[in-house]
Every structure is written in C-alpha cells, then in structure tokens.
Design a protein around this ligand. Structure first.
Ligand SMILES: C[S@@+](CC[C@H](N)C(=O)[O-])C[C@H]1O[C@@H](n2cnc3c(N)ncnc32)[C@H](O)[C@@H]1O
Length: 232
C-alpha cells in the first residue's frame, strides 16, 4: 500500500528545490555524467520509460531511435525537464506520475531506466515491482543509484544522519537498493560499482517472467551483506 503522507512529503520537497536542483547537484553532476552514459548505453531503441526524470539530466544520453516517456512525482521538477525537452531533437512525452502506481498497462515498454530515484521513492520495492509490470518480459530495467555503504562505521553514520538529509533534499542515503531490487522480484544481470567504495551502483536487471531465466550472473560485493539489514 502506498504511504500517501510520505509520498506527498517527497513531492513537496522536490517541488521546493526544483528551481535550484541543478545548482545543488553541480559538483556531483560532473562525476555522474560518465555513469549516466554507461547506464543508457545498456538501453537500445524502442519504447523507453524513464522514471523520476527530474530536471531531465539524462536527455543527452537517450538512445537514437528511443521513444521516451519521462514521468516524475514532482510537477516542479517536470517543469525544469520540459525546458530541456523543448530544446531536444527527440519528442519526449512528460507526465506527472507516481512510480509506485504507474498509470500504464502491463508490458507497455521495451525498457525502463531510473537514475538516482529509488533513494527518494517512499516504497522503493513497490516502485520496482511497477517497473517489472510495465516493462515487457525480458525487457531491460537499468538503475543507477547511490546506496548505503556496508562499512561498519560509515554505514552507521549514514543511518544516523539520514533523517536530516531526507528533510533537506528528499533523498535517503542509506537505501539498500540491490537488495530491494531482488525483493521486488527483478532478476539481476549485473551490479557494477561506479566508485571504488561501492557508493554508486549500476544495476542491470530484467523482470522475472522473462525468457532469459532467473539466474543472477554477477553481484556487487555488498548484495548479501545488505540483505542482513532491515533498511529499505
Ligand atoms: C534525486 S532526483 C533525480 C532526478 C534524475 N533522475 C537525475 O538523475 O538527475 C529524484 C527524482 O525522483 C522523483 N521521485 C521521487 N519519488 C518519486 C515517485 N514516487 N514517483 C516518481 N518520481 C519520484 C523526484 O521528484 C525527483 O525528481
């Protein structure tokens, strides 16, 4: 069940910072650009859903021949994305929507992508289950996310300061997104560390009812460790 209060709070937080979001993220964005490229390189042409499109930072990386639908909970963030989309060569369908309750029929998309989104979705497992539902069987689901570190002290510190960070910018810094993806029933093809400390991960998955079977091939080093912890 969707936590309506938490979802409304998330929306309000992103609406509040939408106008300054790109400035807030300026330093981080320089590092993130190659990661974004790597994420989108995994996606071919076809009907692609980008969830939590934010201000539209992924637009330059969309694949040629991709028909993109971008959704976001925050109308403020979408307004910023619309400015970028107006300048883009591709036609991009932007819609205000909650990833926890996608307004699309089953198997509507060839692939889905989310970058730095499931840190702020109130119920990330529900959101990922929705991705698995709307992507065609065997279709790619690509997630680029920062996660909780399994280092005993830093992990503990991330848990301690998380409520403050959520209040300020709407993002949880202690999400266990690899484990959440598994709990949502996604079949993990690979989990790559984008930083040596494992803070940012590129997760390549598909929905479980796919033609490829359900055996994971490679996991980042923290998947099992994270599974022990109760954090979503
Ligand atoms: C940290 S920003 C990342 C934006 C963009 N994906 C990027 O890489 O720059 C998180 C985005 O997820 C959106 N979001 C949070 N919860 C959501 C939900 N339940 N459904 C759809 N979008 C959501 C926020 O509004 C925000 O735009």
């Amino acid at each position: 069940m969707i936590d309506l209060q938490a979802t409304a709070q998330t929306k309000a937080r992103y609406n509040r910072i939408a106008g300054i979001y790109d400035k807030l993220e300026y330093m981080m964005e320089r590092r993130a650009q190659p990661w974004r490229r790597q994420a989108w390189d995994k996606v071919g042409p076809g009907k692609i859903l980008e969830v939590g499109i934010g201000t539209g930072k992924n637009l330059p990386f969309y694949p040629e021949g991709g028909k993109i639908c971008g959704i976001d909970l925050s109308n403020g963030m979408l307004e910023q994305a619309r400015k970028r989309a107006d300048r883009a060569l591709q036609e991009i369908d932007l819609r205000e929507m909650d990833v926890q309750a996608l307004d699309f029929p089953d198997a509507s998309f060839d692939a889905a992508v989310a970058t730095f989104v499931f840190c702020s979705v109130p119920d990330p497992i529900l959101g990922m289950q929705e991705l698995a539902r709307v992507v065609k069987p065997g279709g790619k689901i690509v997630l680029l996310e920062h996660v909780r570190l399994d280092h005993p002290f830093i992990g503990w510190l991330m848990d301690i300061i998380n409520p403050l960070v959520v209040r300020m910018v709407g993002a949880n810094i202690n999400r266990q997104t690899v484990r959440n993806a598994q709990m949502a029933g996604l079949v993990l093809e690979s989990v790559e560390d984008m930083m040596p400390n494992g803070l940012v991960k590129l997760i390549h998955a598909h929905s479980s009812n796919s033609q490829f079977g359900s055996k994971p091939r490679h996991f980042g080093r923290d998947a099992e460790i994270q599974a022990k912890d109760g954090n979503k």
